[in-house]
Write a protein that binds this ligand. Structure first.
Ligand code: SF4
Ligand code: SF4
Length: 234
């Protein structure tokens, strides 16, 4: 059923129940995301897509649109809230971009640039997180994990559907874990899928590092905003 909503005062005709973050992108309005993947079940873990819906702050990937919805994206307070969430992710881990294999291809780094972040307003926590390199072909650089849960939900053992990645503990003690036995059974293309799916440089394929030259890396060719709008229109 066709319905009308407004985003930043622009009237949009769309389908009842469609996901707000996708409706916005289909109409050329960029709402940043880190955990959301079009066509996959909503995770709602990063909250980077926070917008105001009928006056309340909500994660746009969790909102099915309905007639008469009034949405504010480009509004100073909620824009700053999104930027603060990105800044918070940088201080919660240890992100040394110049030496990171994912630099230039990392969603978090690209989002920091997109939102004009120069430095975090929050104090850096410098957590101690032990990296895991026990799997034959996967290097888990825990310092960079943002706990989006993409790998946990969408990368499964192909025979049994068992989870290969999991999150242990909560809050400051949380850590991303890998089932070594299942990880060592992953075919090469699934390892590549996991490394690509990870929005940061936490899941790294061993033996593959800085393969794109500086200046020709993903987000140096096209910004995260442009890519998101392109992808969502398809
Ligand atoms: S994961 Fe992204 S933000 Fe973190 S160090 Fe690597 S490039 Fe920088
Ligand atoms: S390892 Fe990557 S995909 Fe998995 S939860 Fe951490 S950031 Fe997300």
């Amino acid at each position: 059923m066709s319905i009308r909503i407004t985003i930043d005062g622009n009237e949009i005709i769309t389908q009842d129940g469609a996901t707000l973050v996708d409706v916005a992108a289909e109409n050329g309005i960029y709402i940043p995301t880190l955990c959301h993947l079009k066509g996959k079940p909503c995770l709602g873990t990063c909250r980077i897509c926070s917008v105001r819906v009928n006056g309340n702050v909500m994660a746009a990937c969790t909102v099915p649109v309905s007639d008469g919805l009034e949405v504010e994206v480009d509004e100073p307070e909620v824009s700053d809230m999104r930027k603060a969430l990105v800044e918070f992710l940088f201080v919660e881990g240890n992100h040394n971009c110049p030496s990171c294999e994912k630099s230039g291809r990392c969603d978090l780094q690209a989002l920091g640039c997109e939102l004009g972040m120069m430095v975090s307003r929050f104090p850096y926590r410098f957590p101690v997180r032990i990296r895991d390199h026990a799997a034959k072909r996967i290097w888990l650089e825990r310092d960079r994990c943002i706990f989006c849960q993409r790998c946990v939900q969408f990368i499964r053992d192909r025979e049994t559907s068992r989870k290969i990645f999991s999150i242990k503990d909560r809050g400051t003690h949380a850590s991303i874990e890998i089932d070594i036995e299942l990880a060592d059974k992953m075919p090469p293309e699934q390892i590549r899928e996991a490394a690509e799916l990870c929005p940061v440089g936490c899941i790294i394929e061993k033996g593959v590092g800085y393969n794109d030259p500086i200046g020709r890396r993903k987000y140096e060719i096209k910004s995260i905003r442009e890519r998101a709008l392109e992808r969502k229109r398809k």
